[in-house]
Write a protein that binds this ligand. Structure first.
Ligand code: DMJ
Length: 601
């Protein structure tokens, strides 16, 4: 310990001299003297103090700089010492032990493939983000649909079905968060009931609840998930009881009364009625009951009657007569996932003959998409314009940023020139979507963008609600190309979410990406999709491989099962054959497979 005296001694001031110095008037003229080399050269102790001070300060600055620079690596080292292991589910009963086993084999696959510690570190950070989102929800909003982090309470926007819990199941499972997954599973088993007097969105309930439950079933082989999936699907089915079989948008979960809301002008919405096929076909495959797939495949049959040459359908369609009621065409809100599902039903059916027409329709739409492709000036960003009638509007939603991922996925099964065309467009659009983020002061994308001549992209609607589409595309394009640039771009976006959206009580969106003003909502798709796609972006491609799994539009992976049933009759008469026998045989084959390999990997 330094005594006062020692410290005085250390100051290098010789007794008597101090008084002498202090006695001088504090005039400006004293400074040049202090700065003059001779001031120190004549007093070696002062020189020594100065040298020690200089060396010490330099070391401190260097050390601090190094600390900051090496922060990632230190964290990484900690991680490599054993934190953040994935897939460690312990078995409690027979089905859980199957889960644990398949988890282990998945982890082995991960370990074998990982070579890049930075990627592994990033993945661990994404997992930590999920843990933070989950524990915040658990603490403040347990059992509610979604968390309002600033208000520290839950809200029900989906009828009180615990949307965040169901949307989280597979993400928790894939990330190996065993305790959290078990708690979510127990909540579903004990507290998830659907007898709610609530007007639910058929689409949202399908993609989040039905999709989430089916995915949990495919990952864990726990029958309870399938039973719940069937229960909610049965409550949604009356929505398809319309003159054409095109479903209404909204249904009361208790009474089964369905209708279209006023804001659609009484019509059904393309992205709703065309984005329920993967889940309902999946349910038929897993239960052996064809009634689910028949409802949703009939919708495609109706759409084929009005399917234009360019494969682009308007966003509003009458459930009464099956005709479009608007001319508006978009790959953004209300159009988007219809195109996604044309491709995904084909993949889900293992590209077999029975689903061939989905691929054909998708290819047709991809010819049409080329007519929407435009370039910004001066930088030449490629974007997807919207169309009304024959007029193009230079506006693109962030929602349309799913399209590059879809195009990359669609290269499989395309002839070489087409595949090249799809991939080129996918890469160009990914660059644009990444720049939706990087061009704002917060580095988070706005909801949509306008492209004015000479001004490239300008934020239109300024909010960001933690949407996943760009991250989703980064994951697909990275898997397709192996170009690490896409992982780096994802990391830029992830860090922006961490900086702008993370609060001590969960993640929020921004009201304005220019100012950074926060909103008060952690959307359930943040845990279902955004964080899952980030996690997969930093995982080897063998984690949920794309030749064995297909993601629904809420990022819930469903296992690909070959369709061996008869195709639904695409002609009007006679009405489609009863395919129950065929689908039963297909699903029997599937159930047999599951007994051998419950996880499906
Ligand atoms: C999600 O619910 C789905 O991805 C849907 O297809 C579009 N909107 C949100 C995410 O932005």
């Amino acid at each position: 310990m330094w005594s006062v005296k020692e410290s005085e001694r250390g100051s290098g001031v010789v007794a008597g001299q101090e008084d002498c110095i202090m006695a001088r008037p504090r005039a400006a003229s004293s400074w040049p003297r202090v700065l003059h080399p001779s001031y120190y050269l004549r007093r070696p102790r002062r020189l020594l103090v100065l040298v020690v001070f200089f060396v010490g300060t330099t070391f401190l600055l260097w050390d601090r700089h190094n600390l900051i620079q090496n922060h990632e690596l230190e964290e990484l080292a900690k991680y490599l010492k054993g934190e953040g292991k994935t897939f460690q589910l312990d078995g409690e009963d027979e089905s859980s032990s199957k889960t644990a086993q398949q988890g282990k084999s998945e982890q082995e696959g991960v370990e074998k493939e990982i070579e890049d510690p930075i990627t592994e570190y990033r993945r661990s950070q994404v997992k930590a983000a999920m843990q933070h989102a989950w524990s915040s929800y658990e603490k403040y909003a347990w059992g509610f649909d979604e968390l309002q982090p600033q208000s520290r309470r839950g809200v029900n926007h989906f009828g009180g079905l615990g949307a965040t819990i169901i949307d989280s199941l597979d993400t928790l499972y894939i990330m190996g968060l065993q305790t959290e997954f078990n708690k979510a599973r127990d909540w579903v088993a004990e507290n998830l009931h659907f007898n709610k007097n609530y007007d639910a969105s058929v689409f949202e309930t399908t993609i989040r609840v039905l999709g989430g439950l089916l995915s949990a079933y495919d990952l864990t082989a726990e029958k309870m998930f399938l039973t719940k999936a069937k229960e909610i699907a049965d409550r949604l089915l009356p929505a398809w009881d319309t003159r054409t079989g095109i479903p209404y948008t909204t249904i009361n979960l208790d009474s089964g009364r369905a209708h279209n809301p006023g804001w659609t002008g009484g019509s059904s919405v393309l992205a709703d009625l065309g984005t329920e096929q993967v889940e309902f076909i999946g349910l038929s495959q897993r239960t052996g009951d064809p009634k689910y797939k028949q409802k949703v495949e009939n919708v495609i049959k109706q759409l084929r009657k009005i399917f234009p040459k360019d494969g682009l359908l308007p966003i509003y369609i009458s459930a009464d007569n099956g005709q479009p009621t608007t001319g508006k065409i978009t790959f953004g809100a209300m159009g988007d996932s219809f195109y996604e599902y044309l491709l995904k039903v084909w993949i889900q059916g293992n590209k077999t003959e029975v689903v061939k027409h989905y691929r054909e329709m998708w290819e047709q739409s991809m010819e049409g998409i080329m007519g929407l492709v435009s370039k910004s000036t001066p930088s030449g960003y490629t974007f997807l314009a919207e169309r009304s009638g024959s007029t193009l509007y230079n506006k693109m939603d962030e929602l349309a940023c799913f399209a590059p991922g879809m195009l990359a996925l669609g290269t499989e099964g395309a002839p070489p020139e087409k595949a090249e065309k799809y991939l080129t467009l996918a890469k160009e659009l990914t660059r644009t979507c990444y720049n939706f983020y990087m061009s704002t002061p917060t580095k988070l994308a706005g909801e949509n963008y306008q492209f004015y001549d000479g001004q490239d992209m300008q934020v239109g609607t300024p909010w960001n609600i933690l949407r996943p589409e760009t991250v989703e595309s980064l994951m697909y394009v990275w898997r397709k190309t192996g170009d690490s640039k896409y992982r780096d771009w994802g990391w830029d976006i992830f860090q922006a979410f961490e900086k702008q959206s993370r609060t001590p009580t969960g993640y929020v969106g921004l009201r304005n990406v220019r100012t950074g003003e926060k909103d008060d909502m952690m959307q359930s798709f943040f845990v279902a999709e955004t964080l899952k796609y980030f996690y997969l972006l930093y995982s080897p491609s063998s984690v949920i491989p794309l030749d064995k799994w297909v993601f629904n539009t809420e990022a819930h992976p469903l296992r690909i099962i070959p369709r061996v049933d008869e195709p639904i009759s695409l002609e009007d008469t006679p009405e489609g054959k009863d395919s129950s026998m065929q689908i039963k045989s297909g699903s029997t084959q599937y159930l047999r497979q599951r007994r051998i390999n419950p996880g499906g990997r």
